[in-house]
Design a protein around this ligand. Structure first.
Ligand code: EPU
Length: 442
């Protein structure tokens, strides 16, 4: 199994481009099931989660060619066999986001059989809200041998009013599923308490370009007027706000000086607000070859620098536009070196603290109580062998390793490969001493 060996203490310097967003791209790819016409999706990141989604869509009768462009990749897709309706357990168990094929299958093919995704290291992760939303559109749903079996009576769903609020806020992929189901339904659907994440808005933008009638995406009420048919599209995935946030924090913890191009600043307001209080300066600069800063703040260029003394802060993860849970582990690593006590409260996934015990092995001082963790800053972190438990926890450990004294081995890097495109190459390009090694049995 692969591991990263990091010799900490190098200041990161240089310029990198943020890739297309994993969490935007997965539902965009699944939405290709909604049309018989060709679909091109650009800036598809090279990640194992994307590979798994491609495998799943191929098994659902979609022909997909991945074409390398100038530093980015495009997926050329077209449905060739619309009779397939089963998202098999073998693929779904490797990636929970497989659930976002449910809405498109039901809308276009009138039937779906999708393996029920299990929990994962960050929590239970139920799908009750997805199912409640689809039932409100008239779908008949039951469970059969671990599969969600869903059918649209008469082959077409019916528009309706759908409430998607749950105990931890709305649901991102649930909103995607209901939105995809509603675009081809008969009549009007109103989703109340819709997820406001920018990835939902990105999906809505692609669906609109395919001929869907959607207003309000990006806010808590989305209105969808069903249409009979969607056409093909050529669409570019939004930039990855979590990848951007991760490299901003990596630059900050090494007291570095890094420019990020294709940075979705507009989608990172809460994170940048917290980072500014810590003492991290993120300033817009002109994109390569330009003399003015970008007008499109979802494709910004930013320069990241940080004060030597990091201030302690309070962070509460919340649904967008609050601080994203997907950056919680990374900012915790940074706060380990702040001058005082910080508190992080996790409001989306109450048990998403697997990285705490690994950071403790590196000399951090963290006390967890329920859904909060108090981080008392230490003078320095010590390199140690640590175990990655999930994607973002692993990113937090890499960030800690970049600042730690001595060598850190982050085992089980396959978690990172799910969501960060060749992270070691990006960090090497910025001057980090990091290499991928194969560790037997780790
Ligand atoms: N929830 C329910 N019922 C549901 C669905 C969700 O109670 O039917 C709860 C969840 O247990 C959680 C909260 O609602 O407490 C939010 O979950 P959500 O459904 O929004 O999560 P998701 O759509 O499954 C996406 C991202 C996650 C990210 C979350 C929250 C993708 C592919 N995944 O998951 O990303 O953490 O939204 O922002 O978009 C990651 O990239 O590392 C990752 C885990």
């Amino acid at each position: 199994m692969d591991a990263f060996v990091i010799h900490g203490g190098k200041r990161l310097r240089g310029r990198i481009r943020v890739n297309g967003s994993k969490n935007a791209c997965l539902p965009l790819l699944a939405a290709a099931l909604l049309t018989d016409e060709p679909v091109i999706i650009r800036d598809v990141p090279d990640l194992s989660d994307i590979e798994n989604m491609v495998r799943l869509l191929v098994s659902l009768g979609c022909k997909i060619d991945t074409v390398e462009g100038k530093g980015t990749r495009a997926a050329h897709m077209q449905v060739t066999d619309p009779t397939r309706i089963e998202a098999h357990y073998d693929i779904v168990r490797t990636m929970r986001a497989s659930i976002c094929t449910l809405g498109p299958l039901l809308a276009k093919r009138g039937r779906a059989r999708v393996s029920m995704p299990g929990g994962c290291n960050i929590g239970d992760r139920p799908v009750d809200l997805h199912l409640r939303g689809l039932k409100a559109l008239g779908a008949k749903i039951h469970l059969d041998g671990g599969y969600i079996v869903a059918e649209a009576p008469g082959g077409r769903l019916k528009g309706s009013r759908v409430f998607l609020g749950g105990p931890f806020g709305s649901t991102v992929l649930g909103t995607d599923n209901v939105m995809c189901a509603a675009v081809l339904a008969e009549g009007t659907t109103v989703i109340e308490s819709a997820a406001c994440e920018p990835e939902v808005e990105d999906l809505a933008n692609m669906l609109i370009a395919m001929g869907a009638k959607i207003t309000g995406a990006g806010g808590p009420r989305i209105t969808i007027e069903g249409v009979k048919k969607l056409k093909g599209v050529d669409y570019t995935t939004m930039a990855d706000r979590i990848e951007a946030g991760t490299y901003i924090i990596a630059a900050a913890i090494t007291n570095g000086d890094v420019v990020l191009d294709n940075c979705p600043t507009d989608a990172l307001t809460a994170a940048l607000d917290r980072l500014a209080e810590v003492g991290v300066d993120v300033e817009s600069v002109p994109p390569p070859g330009k003399s003015d800063v970008a007008k499109d703040r979802l494709r910004d260029s930013v320069r990241v620098t940080a004060a030597r003394r990091l201030e302690p802060i309070q962070v509460v993860t919340q649904p967008h536009p609050g601080f994203p849970t997907d950056l919680q582990a990374q900012i915790m690593a940074l706060l380990c070196l702040a001058d005082g006590n910080s508190i992080i409260t996790e409001k989306i996934f109450p048990d998403r603290f697997m990285h705490v015990s690994e950071l403790l092995r590196m000399g951090a001082n963290i006390t967890r109580t329920g859904t909060s963790a108090m981080i008392s800053g230490v003078k320095h972190l010590e390199g140690a062998p640590v175990m990655a438990s999930d994607l973002r926890a692993s990113a937090g450990l890499v960030i800690a390793g970049l600042a730690a004294k001595g060598a850190t081995t982050v085992n089980r890097v396959y978690h990172l490969d799910r969501g960060y495109e060749k992270m070691e190459n990006t960090l090497q390009a910025l001057g980090a001493q990091i290499e991928r090694v194969n560790v037997a049995g780790a």
